[in-house]
Design a binder for this molecule. Structure first.
Ligand SMILES: *[C@@H]1O[C@H](CO)[C@@H](O)[C@H](O)[C@H]1NC(C)=O
Ligand SMILES: *[C@@H]1O[C@H](CO)[C@@H](O)[C@H](O)[C@H]1NC(C)=O
Ligand SMILES: *[C@@H]1O[C@H](CO)[C@@H](O)[C@H](O)[C@H]1NC(C)=O
Length: 534
């Protein structure tokens, strides 16, 4: 996250992506190696932790709710979604629920997740809206998370939590030139003190704090240069720290991917260290890649790059333990942790009943202002999302369908006018940042109908096929199709030329929606969602 040095970062992104080289196809992988990216999905600002032999991953979700997804792995390579640290964006602002405005790109970013052995609790810490920090805790990582406290007078900007061997809790944080460390109270829910531990000549962010042996380490990132630094203190968490460069202008293992940023370290039970960071890769988002770390004789970490290139393949950290595929059929017997709503949903307007029943929750002509759009990450580099929609309970003025959902969007859907239902493809939905930077997104176009088609019957399959591989503006595309039998799909309308801008931060997602333009009362049932590599 970097709202303070926008143009420099954009420049760096363009420069680094121009020199990045491509990755090898996965068919070349030997069984004892893995391929980058480890997860071809938008999972930015990775934080990693290990509890015994299990690894967990926390990521940013901005305006999506629930926020801060948690993934689990036993080998650092195969991951599965297991829950969220922030069940609802309850930060004292109704805009997070699409009431009285929107909260696009606010919410969850660059936060941290840790386990505290002394009380068996998990802690999530993050700064919200640049002025206050929240702490969420849970007794089981995939159980119920609750907002345990807020620290109103300090923003833990781009923070990393360390729970020390003596059970003391420290948070490293800071954008701009100062890096600070706060000490938390014994219960971990309030701040005891904080101090600046390092002042830099450059503006940085993405801070993490680790202890190895008796040394303390901070990873911190200069996004304008694509550089990640490592700071080391031999005299405690408050420093003084010495600095070295960990990564500078390294080539991305993702074909066309941009610079690497905001990484995290984790060790295996055997004591091997690994480093995960994201590669900027719009329109897909920020995609995680993994590489080993070694330690030199002076206890500085070093990366394993040849010709400053993050490799597309490395030896496996641990014996592979495959988990459930990221593609497949979802029949909505539950709403799994891979789903996130656009803003907090109106929980009274959906239910599970032989599918996901979406009652219209907003009267609006603007998809970006409509409540209860439910979103799903897209498995890159190319995938389709297909919904089977029961439309028998739609009413006059309703619009339901599936979108390629970002600040420049398009959709295929069903539109009801009077008693007539029609297929419709709408393109050109657009939001712009009214501040001209990364904040205050407002709808500048609700889109226009590109094509319609006649529709009879009470159910229809709607499909989006998207190539989200990082590419030059104007060359990325998504297409939209429908079927009345689930086999024969017919294209409708034109292609969406996807935005490759980074300022919206989140990458493209499939967004399933149902909103009213006339009055509430109608509903649709999403009978199934099929996520397939294309
Ligand atoms: C980690 O392993 C130890 C030793 O087997 C066990 O006592 C402990 O409960 C485990 N911790 C968690 C959180 O599973
Ligand atoms: C989902 O439902 C379809 C039919 O509606 C069925 O063929 C399929 O087996 C179901 N899949 C799962 C994973 O339950
Ligand atoms: C596929 O669907 C289209 C549109 O409904 C129709 O024109 C075409 O004949 C169908 N093709 C087959 C092989 O059923």
């Amino acid at each position: 996250m970097f709202l303070f040095h926008v143009s420099l970062a954009l420049l760096a992104l363009r420069l680094v992506s121009a020199v990045a080289v491509g990755g090898k196809p996965s068919v070349n992988a030997r069984a004892d190696t893995f391929n980058n990216p480890v997860v071809w999905e938008d999972l930015a600002d990775v934080d990693l932790l290990r509890v015994n032999d299990t690894f967990y991953y926390s990521a940013s979700t901005m305006h999506f709710s629930p926020g801060a997804p948690i993934l689990r792995s036993y080998d650092l390579v195969n991951w599965e979604y297991i829950g969220h640290s922030v069940p609802s964006l309850d930060f004292g602002d109704s805009k997070y629920s699409l009431d009285g405005g929107t909260a696009y790109i606010r919410g969850i970013w660059a936060s941290t997740l840790r386990f505290r052995p002394s009380n068996g609790k998990y802690y999530w810490v993050g700064c919200i809206d640049f002025w206050h920090s929240f702490i969420y805790t849970a007794d089981e990582i995939d159980g119920e998370w609750t907002q345990a406290s807020s620290i109103g007078n300090n923003c833990y900007y781009d923070c990393g939590l360390l729970i020390d061997d003596d059970d003391k809790m420290y948070v490293v944080y800071g954008g701009g030139t100062d890096i600070s460390v706060a000490q938390l109270s014994d219960d971990g829910l309030s701040e005891v003190s904080h101090q600046v531990v390092y002042t830099s000549d450059i503006s940085r962010e993405g801070n993490r704090l680790y202890k190895r042996g008796s040394n303390y380490y901070i990873i911190t990132d200069d996004p304008s240069a694509g550089t990640e630094y490592i700071l080391k203190s031999t005299s405690g968490p408050f420093g003084p720290y010495e600095r070295r460069t960990l990564v500078a202008g390294v080539g991305s293992p993702i074909n066309g991917g941009g610079s690497l940023a905001q990484g995290a370290f984790v060790d295996t039970p055997a004591g091997d260290w690994w480093y995960m960071a994201f590669s900027w890769a719009y329109p897909a988002g920020r995609i995680p890649v993994l590489s080993p770390i070694t330690w030199d004789d002076d206890d500085w970490p070093e990366t394993e790059f040849t010709n400053n290139q993050w490799a597309s393949s490395y030896p496996l950290p641990l014996p592979a333990r495959p988990l459930q595929s990221f593609t497949g059929v979802d029949n909505f017997t539950s709403i799994g942790p891979e789903w996130e709503w656009n803003h907090n949903p109106d929980t009274s307007s959906f239910e599970l009943n032989e599918g996901l029943v979406l009652r219209t929750a907003s009267v609006t002509t603007d998809l970006y202002a409509a409540k209860n759009t439910i979103t799903h990450r897209i498995l890159g580099p190319k995938a389709s999302g297909t919904i089977l929609l029961d439309i028998s309970a739609m009413t006059d003025g309703d619009r339901a369908g599936i979108s390629m959902f970002r600040q420049i969007s398009a959709y295929i859907g069903v539109k009801q006018t009077g008693n007539t239902r029609q297929l419709v493809m709408v393109n050109g939905l657009d939001m712009i940042s009214s501040s001209g930077g990364t904040s205050d997104w407002v709808t500048s176009s609700e889109g226009s109908e590109v094509a319609t088609a006649a529709l009879s019957g009470t159910q229809v399959w709607l499909r989006v096929t998207a190539d989200i591989a990082p590419a030059a503006i104007g060359t990325t595309s998504a297409t939209f199709s429908y079927s009345t039998d689930g086999n024969n799909f017919t294209n409708l309308g034109n292609t969406l030329s996807m935005s490759t801008d980074w300022e919206f931060f989140m990458g493209y997602r499939f967004g399933i929606f149902n909103f009213a333009t006339s009055k509430l009362g109608g509903s649709v049932t999403v009978k199934s969602f099929v996520h397939a590599s294309a």
